[in-house]
Design a protein around this ligand. Structure first.
Ligand SMILES: Nc1ncnc2c1ncn2[C@@H]1O[C@H](COP(=O)(O)OP(=O)(O)OP(=O)(O)O)[C@@H](O)[C@H]1O
Ligand SMILES: [Mg+2]
Length: 499
């Protein structure tokens, strides 16, 4: 139909050993929010990368504003008014927020020889104001949290003033308040006639924000539906083609074993203030709080990634000195970072190398590394976690976002730590794989491991934890038995309100 803003049809794309897209299609109207959903590895990002000139298609047509277009580069896409917020953050850490937003099209001053930071800062500030975002345009992006970096990415995409804006999991790293702000921005854009493609694994968001939903499975187009006509269950079953079972946590919930980890009066600048807590054997201790509450900072300090100013860390009753991550690992503590790209993965190496990274010595005897066992164990985890990859030798960079996250999880599972700190473990993970991961966490605690689970998703905290610690502005503001924990009681402590 001619009134469609965009039609993609018959799109094929293969990578070595992977058929990523198989005759895929997508239609988009002006002024609508189209949700694009599918399991990890279904091909959502690939389809959007073709639309934005990151990848070239093997076959198919793209019709934009009634004419067939050849989107051969990202520049061409930008010129056409198609911009994207990528799933993986693409910012230069050594540049400021404003420089990142206007990279490649800096405002030139002084006879066009120098970048005019003043203009860039002012323009960036205007966008931040529009987003209700409290952020200094002059701050170096490398010092920002993942959530703030995500907001900079969003600001960057907004700065292009496009006709089509693609958001590839924009909320994966955001908390509820920021998501609300983002939704306001989306509604604004929509009213201006901008078409938005919205990719998310947070199913409840789809109902809230989208007009229509396109479902993909294994590189193929499945269906497009009006959001108001379908239930979430119907969408999920179109996505996965099967029913998902949630195993309840089972018997270990609430059992209190010996204290395996205790921290006393941890302090680090403004981010960690007098934090103390205990973790018991066989327990999942949930850490809730708003963005910037200090949960990641506490985890990083325990893991030795950041220096503490004062405080004690005790493992099984004995005080230990953790100066670097290596020390923590030696004491049996593992940390799965929320920022997998920076700390969790070496993306240019294979799945196998990444999975065995933290424990090669376990497979090395007399200077001889048993690669066969490593391959076998990696394959076990590929099956267990349903990691979508042609083989254990695939380069991690080539996996879809959610599958990369599963590789980090496999890495720490193989390491066999007694204490595991999971920081946003299911971020970007599809609904089926999420249940698999929940089942694995339950198994781990049943085997006697202990887990700290930091999560911004309250349903996840409530479902998985035996106990919940809530932080606000660097302090522990509340501790709740799971029976007393609910959305309200947690939010009360997270915002540190009296009642
Ligand atoms: N550059 C690449 N080289 C090889 N394979 C690739 C490459 N990019 C994507 N793939 C493969 O294509 C398939 C589709 O990946 P894609 O990233 O589009 O999935 P997705 O739907 O975005 O998943 P997720 O929800 O995990 O982000 C996956 O099997 C992935 O491993
Ligand atoms: Mg993706």
């Amino acid at each position: 139909m001619s009134d469609k803003l965009l039609v993609m049809e018959g799109i094929d794309k293969s990578f070595p050993g992977v058929r990523a897209l198989d005759h895929c299609r997508l239609e988009l109207n002006a002024g609508e929010v189209l949700a694009l959903v599918g399991e990890n590895g279904a091909g959502k990002s690939t389809l959007m990368k073709i639309l934005t000139g990151v990848y070239t298609k093997d076959a198919g047509r793209i019709i934009y504003k009634g004419e067939e277009v050849d989107i051969s580069s990202t520049k061409v896409a930008q010129g056409l008014g198609i911009s994207i917020i990528h799933q993986e953050l693409n910012l230069a850490p050594h540049l400021t927020a404003a420089q990142n937003i206007f990279i490649g099209r800096e405002f030139m001053g002084m006879g066009k020889l120098f970048v005019d930071d003043k203009v860039a800062n002012k323009k960036a500030q205007e966008i931040f104001d529009r987003m209700n975002l409290d952020l200094d345009p002059k701050v170096k992006v490398g010092t920002l949290t993942v959530a703030k970096q995500q907001m900079v990415e969003i600001a960057k995409a907004l700065s292009f003033e496009s006709s089509i804006l693609i958001m590839d999991e924009p909320t994966a790293a955001l908390t509820d308040t920021e998501i609300e702000e983002l939704f306001k921005i989306i509604k604004d854009l929509k009213a201006k006639g901008v078409a938005i493609v919205y990719i998310s694994h947070r199913m409840e968001e789809l109902k809230k924000i989208s007009d229509r939903i396109t479902i993909m499975r294994d590189g193929c187009y499945v269906n497009t539906v009006n959001t108001k006509d379908v239930s979430l269950d119907e969408i999920i079953s179109m996505m996965v083609g099967r029913t998902i079972y949630h195993n309840p946590r089972g018997s270990s919930k609430n059992s209190k074993g010996e204290v395996v980890l205790e921290v006393k009066n941890l302090n680090r600048g403004k981010t960690i203030k007098d934090v103390s807590f205990k973790l018991h054997k066989g327990e999942i201790l949930g850490f809730a709080g708003l963005m910037g509450a200090g949960r990641t900072e506490v985890a990083r300090a325990i893991f030795g990634a950041d220096k503490l100013e004062s405080g004690k860390i005790l493992i099984k009753g004995k005080e230990v000195k953790v100066r670097q991550p290596k020390d923590a690992v030696e004491h049996g503590v593992g940390y799965l970072s929320e920022d997998r790209k920076r700390y969790g993965l070496t993306i240019s190496e294979t799945v196998e190398e990444n999975v065995s990274l933290a424990c090669v010595e376990k497979f090395t005897k007399y200077g001889f590394t048993n690669f066969k066992t490593i391959t076998q164990l990696t394959n076990d985890y590929i099956n267990k976690l349903a990691i979508k990859t042609p083989s254990s030798r695939q380069i991690v960079k080539n996996l879809s976002g959610g599958n990369q996250q599963k590789v980090v999880i496999a890495k720490w599972l193989l390491k066999d730590c007694d204490v595991l700190i999971f920081d946003e473990p299911t971020r970007g993970i599809d609904i089926g794989a999420k249940s698999e991961i929940y089942n694995l966490l339950s198994e781990l605690v049943q085997e006697g491991k202990s887990i700290i689970m930091i999560s911004s998703e309250l349903p996840e905290i409530l479902r998985m934890s035996d106990r919940v610690i809530v932080m606000c502005e660097g302090r522990v503001t509340g501790e709740l038995a799971i029976e007393d924990a609910n959305q309200e009681s947690i939010m009360k402590y997270a915002t540190n309100r009296e009642n």
